[in-house]
Design a binder for this molecule. Sequence first.
Ligand SMILES: [Fe+2]
Ligand SMILES: [Fe+2]
Length: 376
Amino acid sequence: MNVQNMKHTADATTVEEGLAIQEAQDKAFTDEMATETAMQNTLLTPRFYTTDFDELDAIDVSSVREDWDKLIAQMVADPNKGHFKKNEDWDHIDWENMEPQLKKEFIDFLISSCTAEFSGCVLYKEMKRRGNNEDITQLFQLMARDEARHAGFINDALREAGLRVNLGFLTQKKKYTYFRPKFIYYATYLSEKIGYARYITIYRHLEANPQHRFHPIFKWFCEWCNDEFSHGEAFALLMKTEPKLTSGINVYWIKFFLTAVYATMYVRDHQRPAFHKALGVDPDWYAHEVFTKTSKLSEQIFPITLDIDHPAWQKNLEKLHRANVRIAKAKEVGGIGGKLAQIGGSLAAASAFAALFFIPSKKHDVPESVRLEPVY
Ligand SMILES: [Fe+2]
Ligand SMILES: [Fe+2]
């Protein structure tokens, strides 16, 4: 099939259709560097997940029916159909002459974002395929549809740089990490909401400072983050159906996931100084801004938020970042010296993470009604 004449992933109305388009593109053109990068499984790279799909399928949404139906109707209406493709707003990018460090970090950003989008797509699609519960399968079909479009659009941007993440290959070959359903709720809810907060913060910043918009993809971040917002809303409703998920011992799990998701973002972003400089964004400011928004949003369902203004918070994030740099350097050195330095770095990272985790959290009452609208 000729790629030029093919329907675009942005117009696909189901995840199956979106993936078929991707698969044809995989055959037409693929490259190893981007796919190998996407295959990596470290603490900091996006993973693929699998779970107990039967348990998820057993959820009864009757207790949140009114909000549920409204959200699903909104997603069925599909306001972003056709949005995620290049149009006249897409500016030409001179990849050849892009400053090499910026190019490297930006490509890394695109590959990692594409992998994360596709990770959601694969998990949601699998739930849709395995389930019998109509509410659940419908929701997961809709979310998988969106993530397939997002991943496809990032691959469009990568193609201009001569790169492509082979999504079919990833589906088959990337390692899947098993998470119990409740961990999927916490992790996925948070990744959707932090994804929203990240994209909207960059979008608003570039709206005010368009001279820093060094690539057109950022113009698409507004509608993009609204999709992620809706996905997060769906997980908030799912958690609302089972009060146990957000009380008792599970509050410690929530705290663990909040800490892990925030800390990972901090460390990952600090690996891309040239990228943030080009955007005109101080990564410490950006992190604090995104944590503030995500915390505010997550009050809709979580009874605690992290105390991100505690003096130990920033200090230990920096410690974690330095430990991560040490580990990366030690890996490059190799040999016994490198191994020992790697162990030292890992211990420092673990102690910084523990210090972050044990900062007392802020408690508050969760509202009766869960639903929020994207207001940032
Ligand atoms: Fe997405
Ligand atoms: Fe999403």
